[in-house]
Design a protein around this ligand. Structure first.
Ligand code: PDD
Length: 287
């Protein structure tokens, strides 16, 4: 039975409940993080906690815990759940107000919730095969840099991708390819790795940043630049990155093959570097 954390207490996930007046339930008024765990160790924790802080600040919510308190709580959550490889889900809402009112309540205690699921070790095999994606209009709001729990557009977009027999939607805004419905976007053209620059239009992905760091450390040419939607079809490779999917090579976009219709050479190189990094996390030699 999975163990959850709710407002200071560890308890069975099935027993974790929040009042219906919680602003997360009524307004989607909260933020979240998804943090991978490799070999029982939290991956890039400092980066996730920094993004959490930024998201909370974006909603003008106080951070309910110090970094040290987050770390202690998360380590215990991981230890209480099964499996060396997990995905931690963390959510902070503005809390339970006395009545439903759009305006912030004057005094309220944030609701802090965490849970963790075991992750299958078969993800490498799935990645080898590559995924299909479609392009869809980006129907989200203008503060996509905040990791808000208000995910209705992302949910609708991902569902549309699934119903088109693909794994993810690549979102197009003003003729630019921005990111996936729940992932960041990279293209490769003539050996150059390209990803859109961070802005309010997209989530600053932790996986994205590590891919750029690995490229910089290993002499792989890269650029943070806008990607015109039409360039997607001229790309040799397309990747989608996230904490849960790591680096997924896209082998088909809409009805068109990407490159040779199989994971490309730079993806093969990057996934080796990425694996070296996650293995170092397992050994406690990287954060
Ligand atoms: N989503 N862009 C969006 C819109 C996302 O929702 C995510 C992650 C990313 C990738 O960020 P990171 O590399 O930090 O996971 C980019 C998580 C996994 C989710 O919603 O479940």
């Amino acid at each position: 039975m999975a163990t959850a954390y709710l407002n200071g207490t560890f308890l069975p996930l099935a027993e974790a409940t929040v009042p219906v007046l919680d602003r997360g339930f009524l307004f989607g008024d909260g933020v979240y993080e998804v943090i991978p765990v490799y070999g029982g160790r939290l991956f890039r924790l400092a980066h996730h906690l920094k993004r959490l802080k930024n998201s909370l600040a974006g909603l003008r919510m106080p951070n309910p815990m110090s970094d040290a308190e987050w770390e202690t709580m998360l380590a215990e959550l991981v230890a209480r759940n099964d499996g060396p490889d997990q995905a931690v889900y963390l959510q902070v809402t503005r809390g339970v107000a006395a009545k439903r009112d759009h305006a912030f309540p004057e005094v309220v205690r944030p609701t802090v919730f965490g849970m963790s699921n075991e992750v299958s070790v078969n993800r490498d095999t799935a990645a080898e095969q590559g995924i299909k994606a479609i392009t869809l209009d980006d129907i989200r709001w203008s503060l996509c840099n905040i990791k808000a729990i208000t995910l209705l557009p992302n949910v609708l977009l991902r569902q549309q991708a699934i119903e088109a027999d693909t794994a993810e939607a690549i979102l197009i805004n003003n003729d630019l390819a921005i990111e996936g419905a729940a992932s960041n976007l990279f293209t490769v053209r003539n050996g150059l790795l390209i990803t859109p620059p961070n802005s309010n239009a997209l989530l600053p992905g932790i996986t994205r940043d590590l891919v750029l760091e690995l490229a910089a450390n290993h002499g792989i040419p890269f650029r943070e630049a806008d990607i015109p939607a039409t360039d997607l079809y001229r790309s040799d490779e397309i990747w989608l990155t996230s904490s849960t999917r790591e680096i997924s090579p896209v082998i088909q976009l809409n009805s068109t093959s990407v490159g040779e219709g199989k994971p490309g050479p730079l993806w093969h190189r990057m996934i080796v570097l990425y694996r070296e990094y996650t293995d170092a996390v397992r050994r406690g030699e990287a954060g």
